[in-house]
Each structure stands twice: as structure tokens, then as C-alpha cells.
Design a protein around this ligand. Sequence first.
Ligand code: SF4
Length: 398
Amino acid sequence: MDSIKAIFNIGHGPSSSHTMGPRRAAERFRAQTPAAASYRVTLYGSLAATGQGHLTDKTIAEIFEPLQVEFVWLPKVILSLHTNGMKFEALDLKGITTSEWTAYSVGGGKIVDETSRKDEQSRYSHRTCSATLAGLEKQGMTYWEYVQNHEDSDIWDYLNEVWKTMQNAVQEGLETEGVLPGALNLRRKAASYYAKAKGYKENLQNRCLIMAYAMAVSEQNAAGKVVVTAPTCGSAGVLPATLYHLKQNHALSDRMILQAIATAGLFGNFVKYNASISGAEVGCQGEIGTACAMTSAAVNQLFGGTLRQIEYAAEMGLEHHLGLTCDPVCGLVQIPCIERNSFAALRAMDANLCAMLSDGHHFISFDQVVKTMKSTGKDLPSLYKETAEGGLALFGKR
Ligand code: SF4
């Protein structure tokens, strides 16, 4: 498994797989082809189907400026490694290809190509949650200590930057009003939800504030502002919303929050390694479901859960999103994505409660639900995997 830094990428929205990943790939190809006179970029599968709504072409074109880029869109062609394929070609003055590279954006901003081998140098000693849990119980160690032992010494500085960026995204999102970019002309809601939430009594207010915080981050993401993938841009609002709320309402130190983020990253890593966090590959269960699992684990740790209760909370966070489709209207990371972050944040709080009421023992393990999520994603028709061809996306077709 990779460093958890690869779960928490800081960058511009709206999509880690459709904007952050392609941007990184374009940067790499540009650096390798300094003599190019122009470029051709062919987008395949989901990248071609929803790339315009997700600003894939715009972000790639920015990297190659001031050179011309010709885009070829092939939504019906799925390459071998992943549906989010892209071929970069460097052209000379006569328009002849001098160099080409095919890359895949596999979720959370990660790029692979035919030469990449999965997890060649895993930095973690265990690759499943159950093996990790058994090891930790023997050693009397926490999840975050396990993360600390397997990451570089700058991990806490990095997570501190992550936490700062998450808080900024909440605060800026709450302060910004207006219409989000794109054909839907969708108005931002976080600021008004926040104002209304303040008028409610405590229990209701807590739930409403969490909704407003998640929306604030998700609206920032939809507007192409800086967010942190957790584990993706589309699901970037879930973890910050709950942590921000808990920080405001409980006497939690930043150190405790960073430790909770570390645990969240570990659970995100289990999903990323053993299944997928790419909506184009497994549907929204891999994005929002994973975000909810990560957040459930983090919240449960902050409330003093045991290793088994934390695992149980994460299991419920993912289990109750199984089968969730990815069908963004007009290919924009707005409907259903923004509200979905709010609901997942609340569900994470509920998963924490349910785990706390238990003794941590339960029937389906986190690993089993991850495996089920992967097979469910495989069985989902492509209509429901970020192609904007089915489900809610049909309401965006004119
Ligand atoms: S529906 Fe879910 S997976 Fe699809 S773009 Fe929206 S947040 Fe991402």
C-alpha cells in the first residue's frame, strides 16, 4: 500500500480522477517532450464521457499552453487497464507524432501506465484491515501509531497542511455565495444552510451544521477551488465537515484531529489497495462510501473507540453505501455529489454511534465489505459508473 499522502492530495477540484490526475499526467508528458510543436490528447471511456463537465480538457490545455492541443473524445472505447484512459501525443511542426504515452487516471489523482506494477514497494506490513487489526491487538498499538511507524518522518507536517486546507475549504465555502460554474446554474447553498442551522436547537443544529460544512467544501470543489481528496475530490466534503464540527464543539486538540486523519487515511488505503476509490470503476460507493468509512473510523477514534469499534464503524460507513451509483447530471460534480457529501457525513456520525453502542463484535468484517464493494462495482452496468448515460444523469440530457 502507498503512503496515506496519496489518499490526501491537496489541489484544485472538481475531480481527482478527471482533473487532478490528467493534470499530473499532462505535466509529466510535457516535461518529457520539451521540443513538441503541438499536442494531441485522446480521452477514452469515462474521461471522454464526462471530461467536459469535469473540466478535463481545460486543465490539460492549461499545462500545454501556449501550444495548441487537439482533443479526441472516444467515450465508447475502453482501454485495457482502466476506463479513465488517455493517450498523449507530441507532434512536430508537420503534425507528425514524435512521442506518445498512454496513461490511466485510476482515482484520487493517481496515475499509472503499462509499466506500473501494483504496490511494488508496499510501505505497510499488512494489506488488509483484519491482518492489521490482529497485529495491533497483539502489540497494544493504535491505528495512528501504526501509520506513524510506516510513513516518513514528515507525515505529521503533511497532515497538518491537509487539516489546514480542509478548514480553509469549509470556511471559504461558508463565506461564498453565488452560482456554481456549469450548465446547471446551480446556486451555492452552504452559506444559507449555515445561517439557518444557527437558529435551531442543539441536536438539530449539530446535524444541520455538519450538512452545511460538507456542502461548503463540496461547493468549493465544484467551483474548482482548492480542496483535499478524502479520498477523492467528489467526496472531499465528508471528512472535513465532521472533523470541523467536532473541533468546534468538543475540546479536541489539533494533535487528536491529525491522529484521526491518519486513521482515516489508513482505512482509505485498505479500500484503494483491495478494491477501488474510482467512481468510474466501481461507482459512487467507492468514493462517497469510502469517504464515509474513513470518516466513521476517524470519528469513532476521536470518541475513544477501541480498535474493533473503529473497524466496525468503518465497516458500517461503507456497507450502507454498497451499490451507490455514479451518475452526475451533465457530468458536473454537483448533482447528486454535493448533497451526497452531507448525507455521508451524517451517516458517519451515525456509524460512530452504532459502533459505540456495540462491543465492537459484528458479523461482516471491513475486509468483506471492501471485497463486496469491488464485486458490486464490477457488476454495475457502465451506465452507473461516471459515464453520464444513465440514472440521474438522464435528467441533464436535453
Ligand atoms: S456521483 Fe459520486 S462518484 Fe460520481 S462524480 Fe459524484 S461524488 Fe464522484
